[in-house]
Ligand binder design. Structure first.
Ligand code: SAM
Length: 281
């Protein structure tokens, strides 16, 4: 076997991950980013954008389920959801498991992500042709400025907080999200890792708190994201996301009611995270 190795170029991680590569299935470049689809003996197919792992066959469900289900289960009947980023369709697939959902907007800046996902990751892209999905390929910050309706949940499944994704982490963007959400709506965004990006995680919480009356943080264990202890930052107009409001949708492989109740950062750790100047627990 040819000994191919891939060194991930994670923009914020203090270490480099190296993956064995069996096959390179695709490489290409869009207007926005460089693509690679490779196979690894353990993770199966992997999608990389600009040299950073986005998801793998083996562990994508942890991330996609946790991005979608925590906020949606905290509501009795979510109807309209906006996904910013997430062009691969993984979060959409999970949202569509909620029978009350009538409309799910998919707002990824790069339509090439959707094309590549359809071709190489059919199980992730499975929901993309559902009639409830509204495809809006454009910059998420621009979409939010122009959107005139109301949504129950806004989920930001973007690339790392760098380059054109940084517009999705500003107080203006969060404020627009707050205005689009009703009193019982929820905003969720990735916010990197507690091991590697402690200050970045705090900064997202601080910015959210300038806008949302209630902010919180939950985590999930992800094998392929730098630092692994991966964060999801939330903002609501008052809704408490910490407990499910109804039984879990099925099928799921990781999300369940017990995970929902236990995934939020315990209060004592949250207080430490928010202490100014602190760089770790
Ligand atoms: N969860 C994955 C991770 O953290 O590695 C990200 C998966 S998804 C492929 C990320 C998507 O965000 C990409 O398809 C990228 O095109 C999209 N994206 C980044 N910045 C964006 C923006 N400003 N507006 C809309 N989509 C954006």
């Amino acid at each position: 076997m040819i000994d191919l190795k891939l060194t991930e170029q994670d923009p914020h991680a203090p270490i480099r991950y190296q993956y064995a590569v069996d096959r390179v299935l695709y490489t290409g470049k869009s207007e926005y980013q460089e693509f690679a689809v490779v196979t690894n003996p353990f993770f199966g197919r992997m999608l990389l954008l600009d040299g950073v792992v986005q998801f793998t066959d083996r562990d994508e469900f942890y991330y996609h389920e946790m991005m979608a289900h925590v906020a949606l289960h905290a509501m009795p009947a979510p109807r309209r959801v906006i996904v910013i980023g997430g062009g691969d369709g993984g979060v959409i697939r999970e949202i569509l498991k909620h029978p009350t959902v009538e409309q799910a907007y998919l707002v990824d800046i790069d339509p090439e992500v959707t094309r590549v996902s359809r071709e190489f990751f059919p199980a992730v892209a499975a929901g993309l042709d559902d009639p409830r999905v509204v495809h809006a390929p454009m910059d998420g910050a621009l979409f939010m400025r122009q959107f005139e309706g109301h949504a129950d949940a806004i989920l930001v499944d973007s690339t790392d907080i760098v380059g054109f994704a940084t517009s999705l982490f500003t107080a203006d963007f969060f404020d627009r999200a707050r205005a689009i959400l009703g009193p019982d709506g929820a905003f969720v965004t990735l916010s990197e890792s507690l091991h590697f990006h402690f200050e970045m995680v705090r900064q997202v919480q601080e910015t959210l708190a300038t806008v949302f009356p209630r902010v919180d943080l939950y985590t999930a264990p992800l094998a392929t994201y730098g630092g692994n202890w991966w964060c999801f930052a939330t903002g609501t107009n008052g809704l408490d996301l910490r407990a499910p409001a109804r039984p879990p949708v099925t099928p799921t492989r990781y999300y369940c009611a017990d995970i929902h109740r236990s995934c939020f950062l315990p209060d004592f750790l949250y207080r430490r995270l928010m202490e100014p100047g602190r760089t770790g627990f």
